[in-house]
Design a protein around this ligand. Structure first.
Ligand SMILES: Nc1nc2c(ncn2[C@@H]2O[C@H](COP(=O)(O)OP(=O)(O)O[C@H]3O[C@H](CO)[C@@H](O)[C@H](O)[C@@H]3O)[C@@H](O)[C@H]2O)c(=O)[nH]1
Length: 393
């Protein structure tokens, strides 16, 4: 196994707490000898825990607390499933040891610009100690430019705090409801606990909650457009973590520009030009004269001769005909603002589809010599003409 930042780290389990598409990752850390230890990532046992209803991130982990705490871990990470990051987990563990007491909790924070900070949890810290003094979830006016990244380090003590909120919710429900079905409904509602509003807001200023600030890459992945941006961040990260994964210009291979990942099973004509920010999946076929930029081509797709794919995601097994052009509009953060984040905008603005990347679902067929612009094409569609700014069902 390749050495990773996690090597020498020992004994971890990994849980996914989920309901439908609501996902939270829980990453449990045990103490071995003097330090905290994590395994090589490929050896982590993975368990999938399914909530009976959406319980909120706090309620979800509280519901499964016995399983998370089995084996008496020293600490565990909780991570929102819709973020990408360098995930500085070892650094957060070190930070916890240096700051606060052994029972303190750590939030990963980063800096956002004033306007965008309103879309996130905002943290006011003590600049000397990094203690969280004040926490407001998505405030309506400016509170702080340090935002919550949705990555937390907890000790088992967090469950006492969540338990207190749970009991209070239960008492409130008992006061409210008298009988039967309504009461069981109330029981469920007592279990719904949001980490941010119900726990962090109360813990702020109590000497329990600290913020570890990162200036490394971090982004939400909430919209389709952010997938290409996230791919760019990870490809860039490969320069330090996995340089062998980045394609280089070799004789007989395609011409690459910037960061490009090519799966070894892909079959690419040497006259194709790929990059920057291109990821080519397993078994992809790319013909002569093809141009691909800022795109993700998923496994089994075929790009026929002289086709052009820009700012797009091409689904599994899709085919793009000769001389066809598949193009989207990037929705990257403002490159002139170092703290700008990607806007997780909705699909529609003023009743119109917002121009964004083009996405082809799986097994889509694009005929030769057409243009597909800023569109979302659902799976298994056989198109017969050009489309612009459309969702094709
Ligand atoms: N299992 C489970 N997961 C949940 C539930 N509710 C939310 N999640 C998961 O929790 C994550 C965030 O939930 P959102 O409700 O989408 O919140 P947000 O707008 O992304 O804001 C959160 O993330 C920001 C950083 O990306 C933070 O800045 C903000 O404070 C907050 O934590 C997602 O991965 C979501 O799937 C639930 O009931 N059950």
């Amino acid at each position: 196994m390749r050495p990773t930042r996690f090597q020498n780290l020992n004994k971890v389990s990994y849980f996914i707490v989920s309901l439908l598409c609501r996902l939270t990752f829980v990453f449990v850390v045990f103490k071995v000898g003097k330090g905290f230890c994590l395994h090589g990532l490929s050896e982590i046992p993975l368990r999938y825990l399914q909530e009976y209803a959406a319980l909120g991130t706090g309620g979800g982990i509280y519901h499964f607390r016995d399983q998370i705490l089995s084996g008496s871990p020293e600490a565990f990470f909780v991570m929102n499933a819709d973020v990408c990051s360098e995930f500085p987990l070892p650094e957060m563990l070190d930070f916890q040891k240096e700051h606060g007491d052994a029972y303190s909790f750590v939030i990963l924070g980063t800096t956002a610009n004033r306007k965008q900070s309103l879309n996130y949890g905002c943290i006011v810290e003590n600049e000397q100690t990094d203690e969280v003094l004040h926490y407001v979830e998505k405030p309506s006016t400016f509170v702080s430019d340090i935002i919550n990244c949705g990555i937390y380090l907890f000790t088992p003590e967090i469950f006492q705090h969540i338990g207190t909120v749970f009991q209070k919710n239960q008492q409130d429900m008992l006061l409210y409801y008298d009988e039967g079905e309504e009461q069981s409904n109330g029981w469920h509602r007592a279990e719904v606990i949001r980490l941010e509003q119900d726990i962090f807001t109360a813990l702020a200023g109590q000497g329990k909650l600290y913020v570890y600030k990162t200036d490394r890459f971090w982004s939400q992945i909430k919209s389709a457009g952010s997938a290409i941006y996230a791919s760019r961040l990870y490809l860039n990260q490969y320069h330090t973590t996995h340089p062998e994964r980045l394609a280089t210009n070799r004789e007989g291979g395609p011409k690459t520009r910037g960061n490009v990942y090519i799966h070894p099973t892909a079959n690419i004509d040497p006259t194709a030009v790929l990059g920057p920010n291109v990821s080519i999946g397993t078994g992809v076929t790319i013909g002569a004269g093809v141009r691909v930029r800022e795109s993700i081509i998923l496994h089994g797709a075929t790009l026929q001769d002289h086709s052009c794919v820009l700012n797009s995601i091409v689904g599994w097994g899709s085919t793009i005909g000769k001389w066809a052009r598949v193009e989207g509009t990037p929705s990257d953060p403002n490159p002139n603002d170092p703290y700008a984040k990607i806007d997780s905008e909705t699909l529609f603005r003023d009743g119109k589809l917002t121009p964004s990347i083009t996405i082809l679902g799986c097994n889509v067929n694009i005929p030769s010599e057409v243009i597909i612009l800023n569109s979302i094409v659902l799976p298994h569609k056989d198109l017969n003409r050009s489309f612009k700014n459309q969702i094709i069902l």
